[in-house]
Design a binder for this molecule. Structure first.
Ligand SMILES: [Zn+2]
Length: 205
């Protein structure tokens, strides 16, 4: 695509917009630029920043190469950037990237789900599980703690003693993410206010 004589600087910026079928030169020989064209350009090149809504595919593996989680075969994960909705180490690395980017991110426990805290592993009496017929390893319960509700996982049952672990299952682990960014858009003011994404992949309210 060649620039016509007399282009001003803002029009020159659009040179190289070769995927667009919209004619840049009008019938009168003057350059015309359609708003939809510039809008799409901005949309597809939008970089992840504060208050971006980001949709990305990921595969999470541990250091042994085992797949712990993946969005493969599902909708991409959608989140509001800069609102602390995903782990800090991943959020930080996604910043500045754009749709179509593929990246590998390694996240340390400090920037992931935290170090394992031995104090969160506790033995509680079987009686604490009133109304639960069979307490078995792997079951999860919400425990009331001084710091608020905490999700705990039963790790061992021995006689009348049940061991529960309040650490996140991924605490203490180095996490390896294979990421492909599917879409980046600006959040609506309502999404920013709520601190989460609405619509597809987000809150439905
Ligand atoms: Zn909301």
């Amino acid at each position: 695509m060649h620039a016509a004589p007399g282009l001003n600087s803002s029009q020159v910026r659009l040179r190289g917009h070769e995927n667009s079928s919209a004619p840049l030169t009008g019938a009168n020989g003057r350059v015309t630029i359609e708003m939809t064209c510039t809008h799409r350009k901005v949309h597809f090149n939008m970089q992840i920043a504060q208050n971006s809504v980001v949709a990305f595919h990921y595969t999470l593996t541990n250091d042994a190469g085992e797949v712990l989680d993946s969005s493969e075969g599902r909708e991409p994960l959608t989140y509001l950037h800069g609102a602390g909705n995903i782990i800090p180490g991943l959020e930080k690395e996604l910043e500045g990237h754009q749709s179509g980017d593929k990246l590998q991110v390694t996240v340390s426990p400090e920037e992931g789900y935290g170090e394992t805290q031995p104090a969160l592993v506790q033995e509680v009496p079987r009686d604490a599980f009133q109304g639960v017929e069979n307490v078995e390893p792997g079951m999860q319960f919400q425990a009331q703690t001084q710091g608020g509700p905490l999700m705990v996982t039963v790790t061992n049952v021995e006689g009348d003693t049940v061991t529960v672990d309040g650490n996140h299952p991924l605490a203490g682990q180095k996490l390896n993410f294979d990421v492909e960014i599917a879409e980046v858009r600006e959040a609506s003011s309502e999404e920013v206010e709520h601190g989460h994404v609405h619509g597809e992949g987000g809150h439905q309210h």
